[in-house]
Write a protein that binds this ligand. Structure first.
Ligand code: ZN
Length: 162
């Protein structure tokens, strides 16, 4: 437990200090803005999707460290992957965040689960970690903006929808 906590703090601090793929994306084909009213996180995710392959991805916005680190790690995890692979990661991240991911079954989320499992034990922060993935899902579905509250709340569903 102590080891997992140390890992999560170290990785989150690193990504918060040096977020990967932060900024605007030229030639974005898909874009969405996500808002987490509980914390005040507001981020935008832009994708360059070509023949269902994620050629480019970038994010920007105002958010807490957990949200920013989650977004940063998400962009590195999905860059160069297919939309289908990224959608599997979205589902696994949500399942992990809601305590439904069986870590004994092989999964694709791997290191992300190791880092964020600790965060997702904190009810007040879990939506900070989910927001980038929820926003990515909105971008895939050409939904301009989404929220972690009300009808779009990803925690109320077994799978993310927008
Ligand atoms: Zn937050």
């Amino acid at each position: 437990m102590a080891k997992s906590k140390a890992l999560y703090q170290e990785v989150i601090l690193d990504h918060n200090k040096k977020p990967r793929n932060y900024g605007k994306l030229a030639d974005a084909s898909h874009h969405a803005v996500g808002h987490n009213p509980l914390c005040g996180d507001r981020i935008s995710v832009a994708l360059n999707l070509e023949e269902a392959l994620i050629n480019g991805v970038a994010f920007e916005g105002e958010s807490c460290a957990i949200c920013k680190a989650s977004a940063s790690m998400m962009t590195t995890a999905i860059k160069g992957k297919s939309q289908q692979d990224a959608e599997v990661l979205i589902q696994e991240f949500l399942a992990m965040a809601t305590g439904k991911l069986d870590l004994n079954v092989p999964n694709k989320i791997g290191r992300l689960a190791a880092v964020f499992a600790g965060v997702c034990d904190l009810p007040t922060r879990v939506k900070c970690a989910i927001l980038p993935w929820h926003t990515l899902n909105a971008a895939f579905n050409s939904v301009d903006s989404t929220s972690t509250e009300a009808g779009a709340d990803p925690m109320n569903k077994s799978t993310i929808s927008v």
